[in-house]
Design a protein around this ligand. Structure first.
Ligand SMILES: Cc1cc2nc3c(=O)[nH]c(=O)nc-3n(C[C@H](O)[C@H](O)[C@H](O)COP(=O)(O)OP(=O)(O)OC[C@H]3O[C@@H](n4cnc5c(N)ncnc54)[C@H](O)[C@@H]3O)c2cc1C
Length: 410
């Protein structure tokens, strides 16, 4: 029997085992996946929890429900990967041997790495929404918040779903209008970037929308520490930004397993070939999802397109053949902009988000780089798609690689 071991049963790991269980002969392949957490969380839904649009129960389901028959699920945490022995040691002392390994341990927030974030004010005047605990605590706080200066700060890039902070601040604008207290709330987006978003064209569109909504962008803000008593963010150059309510997106970092195994960069992301996701150092280790050091947005959508290419490539790789299905960094993200509208961006390693229609040229129904109600409904439908199609590794009638048709460009 060949042994395929997948570490991490989040978005990418779950899609991988569903896809490969169908493609690999059960008489020849034993597939095992490990994850210490019993629940699978739909992370894009965290965005809606602070504003009462979703509750905790709307974003969680039992993890085993998404692991197909014929795949062994082990509830355990990987301690260290030993590539020279083709084995993974688990925290509980067990050892799992593999012939091929997929690392899909994602990335998570590290508030403890910014002085002053965690402490007595954590979940009192300082919140995050990138964790289920943070999103739920913030929802409770916002229910009775009377207004003031809300600062949303991204500590450092890269972060997963880099559009989520923009969505948060635009939804906050809508939410406080609904609450009838928008005139008592100042909304500030303090970002380490030099403008609203990473990609220049999208940044211009999004920056204009933020301005129209009366949301102030503070660019190039590199937070050195937070003074929770004085309620100030302090920049490395010692300039200060005061807040009444701080919503932080803390430093994102891959799991310490990667560091302990000597497999990652300084942020615990695994260097891989950008087109195949094969480790640059080990011929039988792939990294998929947020844990891969790829020059594209860390997102569920990017992971899905990468897994599409990976599944085809894996079958060839195990037979010693060249991998012929290169991943091009394709990612697309709905950007909820409040008041029942949203935008959609579609891009890859080489092409930045362009205006146009998606997926059908001229028809859409989604508008690229433009606000529309249909885009909002696309975002809301995405949760159903996630549980019922994407996680289960079903094929979508969308090409894995980005298409230029439907895009308006010079
Ligand atoms: C607020 C928010 C909004 C978002 N919005 C969107 C969106 O609109 N669109 C979009 O495409 N994406 C969005 N994302 C991003 C998306 O959720 C992630 O990019 C996606 O989940 C990445 O999948 P992954 O499998 O790499 O990581 P994850 O899904 O995070 O899974 C990693 C898994 O690895 C497990 N694990 C970690 N360490 C170990 C270990 N040592 N041993 C065993 N298991 C381990 C974890 O328990 C976890 O289950 C959003 C994320 C957030 C937080």
């Amino acid at each position: 029997m060949n042994r395929l071991l997948v570490v991490g049963a989040g978005t990418a790991g779950t899609m991988v085992v569903n896809r490969l269980r169908r493609l690999l002969d059960t008489d020849e392949w034993k597939i095992t996946i490990i994850d210490p957490v019993k629940t699978h969380y739909y992370q894009p839904g965290y965005l809606f929890i602070p504003f009462g649009m979703y509750s905790k129960n709307d974003v969680m389901k039992a993890r085993p429900d998404f692991i197909p028959c014929g795949v062994e699920l082990i509830e355990a945490e990987a301690d260290v990967i030993e590539p020279e022995h083709n084995r993974v040691k688990l925290m509980d002392g067990r050892i799992l041997n593999y012939d091929f390994l997929v690392v899909a341990t994602g990335t998570r927030t590290r508030p403890e790495e910014t002085p002053g974030l965690e402490g007595p004010e954590w979940y009192r005047s300082i919140f995050d929404f990138y964790s289920i605990e943070g999103a739920v605590a913030l929802a409770k706080h916002l229910r009775s918040w009377q207004g003031g200066r809300l600062v949303l700060n991204v500590v450092e890039n890269p972060i997963k779903c880099p559009v989520a902070p923009l969505e948060f601040i635009m939804l906050a604008d809508w939410f406080f209008h609904e609450q009838g207290i928008r005139d008592r709330v100042e909304l500030i987006y303090a970002t380490p970037l030099s403008s609203a978003f990473t990609k220049p064209m999208a940044s211009k569109y999004l920056g204009d929308i933020l301005e129209d909504k009366g949301i102030k962008v503070v660019p190039d803000f590199l937070v050195e520490h937070v003074d929770p008593d004085a309620r100030k963010l302090v920049h490395y150059d010692e300039t200060e930004l005061e807040y009444d309510l701080l919503v932080t997106v803390p430093l994102n970092k891959g799991d310490e397993l990667i560091a302990r195994s000597g497999l990652g960069d300084e942020l615990n992301y695994i260097p891989v070939d950008v087109h195949t996701c094969l480790s640059k150092e080990h011929e039988n280790i792939f990294a998929l999802g947020d844990t891969a050091a790829l020059p594209t947005s860390k997102s569920g959508s990017g992971a899905h397109f990468a897994v599409d290419c990976f599944a085809e490539n894996f079958l060839r790789h195990v037979d010693g053949l060249e991998m012929l299905s290169p991943y091009d960094g394709h990612t697309n993200c709905f950007i909820e902009s409040g008041f029942g509208k949203g935008l959609l961006i579609d891009f890859n390693y080489d092409v930045e988000p362009l205006p146009g229609r998606y997926p059908l040229p001229g028809v859409g129904p989604f508008a690229l780089l433009q606000e529309s109600e249909m885009n909002h409904w696309g975002k809301m439908m995405f949760r159903w798609m996630y549980w019922n199609i994407l996680l289960k590794g079903q094929e979508l009638p969308l090409p894995a690689r980005m298409s230029m048709s439907g895009k308006w460009h010079k």
